[in-house]
Design a protein around this ligand. Structure first.
Ligand code: ADP
Ligand code: MG
Length: 490
């Protein structure tokens, strides 16, 4: 097994289960009409409900419920037709109610499963334990004043989906791939934007170690890890810490820990003995949620095509490799852009070429500018035309690179066909003209031409010279054919 860690007493296996908190995409909060907008001045998005004024009553936001059900469907999970809200009681300055409204015994979504891609051709299945809806807390600000702490309640009451996995992952890489796939699915569905930098997706990481085949060990939970890279680092660091303790004859205490990326270590936050007793009880202000089949079926019917299905269809319909299809389907907008370019004008073109341009020059440009391929500034129609121009022999692939650079630069929005004409970039297919260029190059390099007769590998050099002489516009196939004839090469 590839995933094992070598210890002093033999091999160890890592066991990981994740609790992911995903902020629900919704204009309003879970139980109030206040805005969820990011970056507003502190305490400007706070209703009386969010501030927990006495006598205020929560009213469930139907959009958040729909988003949770849609997500459950995307996770191939059981939708619970009846679920209920509970109060999770604890005191914290950023929690004015003194409790968080969450779902405990009866979550809105039950067991499901995700296919997690470890490489374009290799995947594992990770079980989903449950998905429940809950409120986010506010935020204490300790850096605004030397003597006081402040509280910002803008986030207080924003809807979160907590998505709990089964302990099915066996390495940091598997856990990273899981979060990445979960994020892709959420973004496809549109129920969470997956923005980890804004904290809209964050994970509690449960880690234990065991000897292969042994029962599960005691786990530690690493709270609130907010990047995929840190999730991987935290798992490896924590697993080594646990192995060290066990191999020194100690035992793992179940506890909550924090990962410090600066020091590359996890440290204890609270032990099981200090674990909160949350005194969960059903929230008397909220009725249970009850759906009928028609409600769920309607949401199912409107669900977009999901990443796994899209990838399979791209391989089938466009003849793409698993690798290409996986890259193009990682983001819904990128996949849509590919399809639009591949089928632009109602005809199916060289789809492999469309994929190559997207994954090559176009994504190189997009990456440099921190954009997605679809946002890079080239329309799908323009890419389609570019690919057509090459296919029709109007321009060479080399010239096409220049044309693409123009279309992404000063000639944004131009029609590639018109641009090629206007700039005199048409490929020279005129055999007479190419022959003249070939002869000129051979004449100017008589010594090399002599060598080429015994060293056929020099053909490439000659092709390069002729292309240079013609400003890259000569049809490379004709150049190569003519050179072979004139140099007497096979
Ligand atoms: P709790 O209710 O105490 O939080 P759960 O059963 O809900 O416990 O588990 C929380 C998370 O911990 C889940 O994601 C689960 O997969 C994971 N988990 C449970 N047992 C282990 C273990 N032995 N090692 C690693 N992760 C585990
Ligand atoms: Mg839990």
């Amino acid at each position: 097994m590839a995933n094992l860690i070598k210890g002093a007493t033999g091999d160890w296996e890592i066991v990981v289960g994740l609790e992911v908190h995903a902020q629900v995409t919704s204009k309003a909060k879970l139980f109030s009409g206040a805005s969820t907008g990011f970056g507003a001045p502190p305490n400007s998005h706070v209703s009386l409900v969010d501030a927990a004024m006495p006598g205020m009553l929560p009213v469930i936001n139907a959009e958040c419920v729909r988003q949770a059900v849609r997500t459950g469907l995307g996770l191939k999970a059981e939708i619970n037709k009846r679920s209920s809200f509970d109060r999770k009681n604890y005191f914290y300055p950023d929690l004015p109610q003194g409790y968080q409204i969450s779902q405990y015994k009866s979550p809105i979504v039950g067991e499901g499963e995700i296919q997690v891609d470890l490489s374009p051709t290799e995947s594992i299945r990770v079980g989903i334990e449950r998905l429940h809806l809950e409120q986010d807390a506010g935020k204490s600000l300790h850096d605004q004043s030397p003597t006081m702490s402040y509280v910002d309640l803008n986030r207080s009451g924003v809807a979160l989906m907590e998505i709990v996995s089964k302990p099915d992952m066996r390495s940091a890489d598997e856990a990273k791939a899981y979060v990445s796939k979960l994020r892709t699915i959420l973004r496809y569905i549109g129920s969470c934007d997956g923005d980890m930098e804004k904290g809209n997706l964050r994970a509690d990481v449960n880690v234990s170690v065991r000897k292969p085949g042994a029962p599960f060990g005691t786990r530690c939970e690493i709270k609130n890890v907010n990047s995929i890279r840190f999730i991987g680092q935290a798992i490896d660091v924590e697993a080594r810490r646990q192995i060290g303790i066990i191999e020194d004859g100690g035992v793992i205490e179940q506890e909550t820990r924090l990962y410090d990326p600066g020091r590359g270590e996890t440290r204890s936050m609270r032990s099981k003995e200090d674990a909160h007793d949350y005194r969960y009880f059903p929230d008397p202000d909220l009725l249970p949620l009850e759906f009928d089949d028609a409600f769920v079926e309607a949401l199912k019917a409107q669900l977009p095509e999901l990443p796994d299905e899209k990838k399979a269809r791209f391989m089938r319909d466009y003849g793409l490799s698993a690798y290409d299809a996986a890259i193009l389907c990682a983001e819904r907008e990128t996949a849509a852009f590919f399809e639009e370019a591949a089928l632009h004008g109602g005809k199916k073109r060289d789809t492999k070429a469309v994929a190559n341009w997207m994954m090559g020059d176009l994504s190189a440009y997009a990456n440099v500018h921190g954009l997605s391929v679809a946002e890079a500034g080239l329309s799908a129609g323009a890419l389609a035309t570019l690919v057509d121009l090459i296919g029709e022999g109007v321009i060479s692939g080399k010239i096409a690179k220049d044309v693409l650079a123009m279309l992404l630069g000063d000639d944004k929005g131009a029609d590639p066909r018109a641009l090629v004409k206007a700039r005199g970039l048409l490929q020279v297919n005129d055999v007479g003209a190419i022959e003249a260029a070939v002869e000129a190059v051979i004449a100017a390099n008589a010594d090399k031409a002599e060598q080429a007769r015994t060293k056929p590998g020099m053909l490439g050099w000659f092709v390069g010279q002729v292309m240079k002489a013609t400003g890259g516009k000569a049809n490379p196939q004709s150049v190569s054919d003519l050179l072979k004839r004139k140099l007497d090469l096979p």
